[in-house]
Design a protein around this ligand. Structure first.
Ligand SMILES: [Zn+2]
Length: 132
């Protein structure tokens, strides 16, 4: 879903992920480009956004569909499979422990919660081999 300009605020960063052809081959890979919101009109109807460091261009109402609040979790950057845009880890290895990608962050939270719950639900073994 496209991001609406009225939801933006100055300083927001969006990520444009789309595929492109690699060099002069027929192989396509994906790239991520940062889009910086310079400001937002008072009524939210338009916003100048700078794509990949280029001069800002005005966007009205909706940003292009490929512009997201977060980069795709796994980006096919080349021959080596897919990697995380934020921590550069490969999909096979999973995110780095300090990766800032929202999916990685929420996964870490979920895992920590699950671990805490499991620790709570399975009380430490007692009585076994100990004098009562
Ligand atoms: Zn990552």
């Amino acid at each position: 879903m496209a991001v609406a300009t009225e939801k933006l605020k100055a300083g927001d960063v969006l990520y444009d992920t789309h595929s492109h052809k690699m060099g002069n081959t027929t192989m396509s890979c994906e790239g991520v480009w940062m889009c910086r919101v310079r400001e937002v009109a008072e009524d939210g109807s338009w916003a100048p956004v700078s794509w990949n460091g280029n001069p800002a261009r005005k966007h009205y109402r909706r940003l292009p569909n490929s512009w997201k609040r977060n980069p795709k979790e796994w980006v096919r950057t080349g021959w080596r499979g897919r990697e995380c845009y934020m921590c550069n880890a490969s999909e096979d290895d999973g995110h780095e422990p300090d990766c800032d990608h929202p999916r990685a962050v929420s996964r870490r939270k979920r895992e920590a919660k699950a671990a805490a719950k499991a620790a709570k639900e399975s009380p430490a073994p007692r009585g076994e081999g100990q004098p009562s």
